[in-house]
Write a protein that binds this ligand. Structure first.
Ligand code: SF4
Length: 312
């Protein structure tokens, strides 16, 4: 089993102490902890709005990395949301993250949803493609590792490569690429107990408190069934990387392409960087689409991924 936890890195002692207890209590579980870093110092602190957030995150990362060197079932990564405010400092970010911090993974996602400052959303897809291609080369050259101690790391990384290609295709063509299993295999729960299929689709399945904390009952209710049907029949699409990951992992139709990525990685074939002029900012944050086409049911049974969600 693997567990992935994101942290803003602000409370170093609390984070490291919790991580230490977690890996000790669950020796059979691989725990990946990702520290959020949204840019160089000034950019990161501007986006986060918390004084010294950058310094504290770096401190937390180093403390977690020290712990990782002592325990076999811990991985420590960096996660970054690529956006208009940090897209022009990706070369410096590469130096900092890949060459200085040397994490077990650098998870770089394209901005999605409605940002508090709308200008953040106007990110350049060509610049995103370029840094993702550079990251793939770093993995292929061994400059950046991908959780070398995690079970099935090569397979999971191949799935991540396919996810990157699918996200880029979605961004570059603005079209649906693959069925989404949000609301069927994954859920998001707000701090008030509201359950959603994902953070982007504003359709509530129900409230845990009102349902006496009976998640199964909510999951089996009519509202949940209708939302699943909507997601499937409307061919809802977006670039949500966490959901994209689930969508590929639990869709047997994607397996030959994941295998292809494993072969390509072994042969050192990377994602093509952008060669032409920048197409400019993404036209708009992609909204769920509503085209009536039947969803092809895969019949896959899989665990439900649950994410905590803060209300904006
Ligand atoms: S495609 Fe995106 S917006 Fe639609 S349900 Fe899936 S994750 Fe949510």
């Amino acid at each position: 089993m693997t567990l992935s936890i994101n942290t803003n890195g602000i409370q170093t002692y609390k984070i490291v102490d919790s991580a230490e207890r977690l890996v000790a209590r669950c020796p059979e579980t691989f725990v990946g902890i990702l520290c959020s870093l949204d840019g160089l110092q000034a950019t990161h602190d501007r986006i986060r709005g918390v004084p010294r957030n950058f310094e504290r995150t770096i401190e937390t990362f180093h403390a977690l990395a020290k712990l990782r060197d002592r325990v076999p079932n811990l991985g420590v990564g960096i996660t970054t949301t690529f956006c208009a405010w940090n897209q022009d400092e990706m070369d410096e970010m590469f130096e900092l993250v890949v060459r200085k911090l040397k994490p077990d993974n650098w998870d770089l996602s394209f901005v999605r949803g409605e940002a508090m400052v709308p200008a953040i959303e106007l990110a350049d897809v060509a610049k995103y493609r370029n840094i993702k291609a550079r990251l793939e080369r770093a993995y292929a050259d061994g400059e950046l590792r991908y959780y070398s101690n995690m079970p099935l790391a090569r397979f999971v990384h191949a799935k991540e490569r396919l996810s990157t290609r699918t996200v880029l295709k979605t961004l570059e063509t603005g079209t649906y690429q693959t069925p989404c299993y949000a609301g069927a295999l994954s859920a998001v729960i707000s701090e008030e107990g509201d359950v959603y299929p994902c953070e982007l689709l504003n359709r509530k399945i129900g409230n845990l408190r009102e349902a006496n904390y009976d998640f199964r009952a909510l999951w089996a209710a009519e509202e949940a069934r209708e939302i699943r049907e909507f997601v499937h029949k409307s061919k809802c699409f977006c670039t949500h990387e966490c959901n994209m990951s689930v969508n590929l992992l639990f869709n047997p139709a994607a397996y030959p392409r994941i295998a292809g990525e494993m072969v390509r990685e072994a042969m050192g074939v990377s994602l093509a960087p952008d060669r032409g002029a920048s197409p400019g900012p993404a036209a708009a944050p992609l909204a769920p689409q509503a085209k009536a086409t039947l969803h092809r049911e895969t019949g896959v049974r899989a665990p439900i991924r649950i994410t905590a969600r803060r209300k904006s």
